[in-house]
Design a protein around this ligand. Sequence first.
Ligand code: FES
Length: 256
Amino acid sequence: MPVDDRTLDDATLEELREIAARYPEPRSGLLPMLHLVQSVQGRVTSEGIEVCADILGITAAEVSGVATFYTMYKRRPVGDYHVGVCTNTLCAVMGGDVIFERLKEHLDVGNDETTTDGRITLEHVECNAACDYAPVVMVNWEFMDNMTPQSATDLVDDLREGKEVRSTRGPRIATWREVERVLAGFPDDLADEGPAAGPASLVGLGIARERGWTAPGGEASGPTGSPTDSPGESAELADTSRAESETKQEEGHQDG
Ligand code: FES
């Protein structure tokens, strides 16, 4: 695929400085700054490294050390959709390995390679803390739960054809560059699309409430979730109640 060697324009330089200024120690802004570089240039370029170093007053080697340490930073161009297949233990035994092999064959790419049309970059990824929905595929860091080889090939076909694709948890799948901009700290206002947690993630909570179990030092909330004195706990319960309510609504839609 062609490499985007667009230089970072004045507006981007201003946004990079804006990110650095968010932190008491400007170098703390390096991670989101690198995401912003990726949102513009599709990868961490040499220019991006030099610019970040210059703004933060650190060396290019220090920036490069960070950019090559974390797997979310890419030195090679990424396609419109980064498809990450979890091949960690649970997903692997539940079908992740088979899905990854099927997608490599279907897309005619190897690990961390991009299709010739520049649409899909395929990569095997580590556990996404979504084991209760194994096997899991991530598209631009949105979850696609309970995948199969067939649903995974259908997914990449839809993405390549430009169809609107939604995460199995609700949100529309944005392009990789759009998502990189969100990771840089410029929200796209899609954060509240979809449920906060799904049924499989809430099974343990339901059992604990049924049986009156609490964490050490906590208070029993009862089956319906009694009010608590702790703002943090209240917020957590409110979020959980919202998730449960949304899950029930979804189940209602499916039953209907
Ligand atoms: S092993 Fe795949 S999400 Fe945990």
